[in-house]
Design a protein around this ligand. Structure first.
Ligand code: 15L
Length: 296
C-alpha cells in the first residue's frame, strides 16, 4: 500500500480526507497543530511547513505528498508569505531532495476568483487571483510547473472549490465538492500512471459549475455528486449579497480591501468559452454573505 504524506492534516479538508482515504493508503499526517485520534493505518508526523528541516524529515520515504498545509483564507501578507509561499517552496524542495516524485497541491478557486460568474474557465485559462491567498495558490501551481519541467516531478494541482457535506450558499452551488468526490480526485492524482503537470478543478459534477473540468474527466475523475440536489434548500435561506461579490466567482474575496473599480477587469482571453484581525474573524468575513448597504 502506498504511503501518503498529508500536510495540514488537522484542518477541515484533511479531516474529511482522512475518513475517505482510510484503508486505501497508509497516511502520514503532518500539521503544526496536533492531529487527533489516530486510526489504523495513520501515523502522526508533526511539522511546520515554514521550516525546511521539518519538511525534510516528514517527506522522507513517502510515495506521494498531498500538500494541504498553509493559510486557507485571506490573511496579512506576513502570514501568507510564511505559510503559503515559503511553506509551499519547502514542501516541493524537500520532496525533490528526498526523491519523492509525486506532489498533489491543494490550489483554490481563488486563483481564478476575478473571473466573472458568466464565464466558464478551464485548466488553460490564465489565473486571475482575487486575494493574497489566491495569489499564493497561483505561486504554488507555478512552482509545481517549474519542478515538473526542471526536475521531472509529477505535479497534480487541484483548484478546490469548497469542501463540505453540503453546499453552504448560492455561490457554493457552483463550486462545492463533496468529501467523497474530493477523495476520488485525490486518488486520480495519486494513482494515475501518467502525470507530469496537471491542473484540474476540485468540484463535484455541479449543474451550476463555472468550470470546464474536462482535464479531470480526461484523467478519469467521475464525480458522483451534484450540488443541485441542495439548491432549493440553499436558495430558500440565501440572503441578498453585495453586488460586487455577486459578479465574480471569488465572491467576498474579490472586494475585500478593494481600492478601485472591480468592473474594470480585463475581458476574457479568446480561448475562454463564453457562456490584522484575528485569523478566525478573517475567515468568517471571507466566507459569510454580506448584506448590500442601504442607500441614504
Ligand atoms: C477556499 O479556498 C478556502 O480555503 C475556503 O476557506 C473557502 O473560502 C473556499 O475557498 C470558498 O471559496 O468557499
Amino acid at each position: 500500500m502506498k504511503t501518503i504524506l498529508i500536510t495540514g492534516a488537522a484542518g477541515d479538508v484533511g479531516t474529511h480526507l482522512r475518513r475517505e482515504l482510510a484503508g486505501k493508503y497508509l497516511l502520514r499526517l503532518s500539521d503544526i497543530k496536533p492531529v487527533k485520534a489516530l486510526a489504523a493505518g495513520e501515523k502522526s508526523a508533526p511539522g511546520d511547513v515554514a521550516k525546511m528541516a521539518d519538511m525534510l524529515r516528514v517527506t522522507k520515504g513517502v510515495d506521494a505528498i498531498l500538500h494541504l498545509g498553509g493559510f486557507s483564507f485571506e490573511g496579512p501578507w506576513e502570514d501568507i508569505l510564511r505559510a503559503n509561499i515559503i511553506g509551499c517552496y519547502n514542501v516541493f524542495e524537500a520532496a525533490r531532495r528526498n526523491g519523492v516524485k509525486r506532489v498533489l497541491f491543494a490550489s483554490s478557486n481563488h486563483a481564478m476568483g476575478f473571473y466573472k460568474r458568466d464565464q466558464k474557465v478551464d485548466h488553460r485559462a490564465y489565473p486571475k487571483p482575487d486575494s493574497r491567498y489566491g495569489l499564493s495558490k497561483v505561486f504554488g501551481e507555478q512552482l509545481g510547473s517549474l519542478y515538473a519541467d526542471k526536475y521531472g516531478m509529477e505535479v497534480f494541482c487541484m483548484r478546490i472549490g469548497n469542501v463540505n457535506v453540503a453546499p453552504a450558499d448560492k455561490r457554493r452551488l457552483s463550486i462545492w465538492i463533496s468529501p467523497r468526490d474530493l477523495a476520488q480526485l485525490v486518488g486520480v492524482g495519486i494513482d494515475h500512471p501518467d502525470i507530469r503537470f496537471e491542473i484540474v478543478y476540485g468540484v463535484s459534477g455541479n449543474t451550476r459549475s463555472w468550470y470546464d473540468n474536462s482535464n479531470a474527466l480526461r484523467l478519469g475523475y467521475r464525480p458522483q455528486d451534484d450540488a443541485e440536489i441542495h439548491a432549493v434548500a440553499v436558495l430558500a435561506k440565501e440572503k441578498p449579497n453585495d453586488a460586487r461579490a455577486e459578479m465574480f466567482q471569488g465572491g467576498n474575496f474579490v472586494f475585500a480591501e478593494i481600492g478601485g473599480d472591480p468592473t474594470r477587469v480585463a475581458p476574457p482571453p479568446r480561448m475562454m468559452r463564453k457562456r490584522r484581525k484575528p485569523a478566525a474573524t478573517q475567515r468568517r468575513a471571507a466566507n459569510k454573505t454580506v448584506k448590500p448597504k442601504k442607500k441614504k
